[in-house]
Design a protein around this ligand. Sequence first.
Ligand code: BEZ
Ligand code: FE
Length: 300
Amino acid sequence: MQDLDEFTVTDETLRQMAGTQNPRMKEICDAAVRHMHAFAREVNLTPEEWLQGIQFMTAVGQACTPIRQEFILLSDVLGLSAVVNALHDKKAKELGTQSSLLGPFFREGVELTPMGTQIVEKPTVEEIVIYGTVTNNDGTPLGNALVQVWQTSERGSYDLQERNGESMDMRGTFRTGPDGVYYFRTVRPLGYSIPMDGPVGAMVHAQKRHGMRPSHIHCLIGAEGYRELVTALYFGDDPFIDSDTVFGVSQSLVVEAKEDPASPIPGMRAVHYDFRLAKAAPGESGRVGADPTKLMKAAE
Ligand code: BEZ
Ligand code: FE
C-alpha cells in the first residue's frame, strides 16, 4: 500500500482515471485534477475553506431555475466564458465578426418577425433603427440568414425579469432576403446590473465590483455552411463601456445611434452594423452558452 502525500495523491488519482475511454474526456478530466490539486497546494487550502467552496457551489446550483442559470453567470463574472469565446474564435478557419457572450437571457422559440418590426411591445422612449447586411468574409451578402436579437428595455431589464418568463418582449427573429439586409426598430437598451441577488452577486459584492454591463443588443446569426455568430453590439457612450463585469466588449463591436440618410427607416437615429460570417469547418460545434430552459431540461 502506498503512503500518499499532497503530491503523490495527484499521480494516484490520474492513475485510477487512466482507463477513461473517451480521449478528449480524459484530457479534460486529467487537466482538471492536476490544476485543482495544484490550486489547493498553492493556496494551502484549509478544510473550512474547502467546505465554504462546496457550500458556494451548492448555492449556485440551487439558484438555477428554468429561467435563471447561475453557473453561466459564475463563468461569466470569472472571465471563463470570455476565455472560451476567444479560444473558439481562434479555431475559426477564417475571421468573421468578433463574438461576445450569449449571456443567460437568450431564449429559443422567438417567432419570425417581418423586417422592420419594432421589437419592443410598448416603447416609452425614442425609437431607433438597427440595420445592416449579413455577408460572408468576402463581403458577399448572405440571403436566408437567421438573425436573432434580444436586449433589455429602456429600464435595463430583460423580459425574463420583467415578466417572469411568462411572455416574451424585446426579442426579434428575422430572415434576410437575397440582399442579406436586416433591419428592425427598437429602443436603446439601458445598461444593467447582472443578477446580484444570488450567490454570484454576493461574490461580486465581496470583490467590490459594480456588477454592471454596458448597454448592448445581443445578436445570434446563422446561415447554412457558416459558423454561428454569437455576438452583441455595445453603445460606446455607456459609462460602463470600459469595465464590463463579464468582459464581453471589444472595440469592433462598439456602435453609436446617429442620423443616417442611408437608413431603411427614415426619421429615426440608426445604428449601421454589417455582420461577417466565417465559413464553418466540418463538424464544428457551436455556441458558448444556451437557453437556460434547455439546460435545466437536459439536467433532469
Ligand atoms: C447578458 O448580457 O445578458 C449577461 C451576460 C452575462 C451575465 C449576465 C448578463
Ligand atoms: Fe445582455
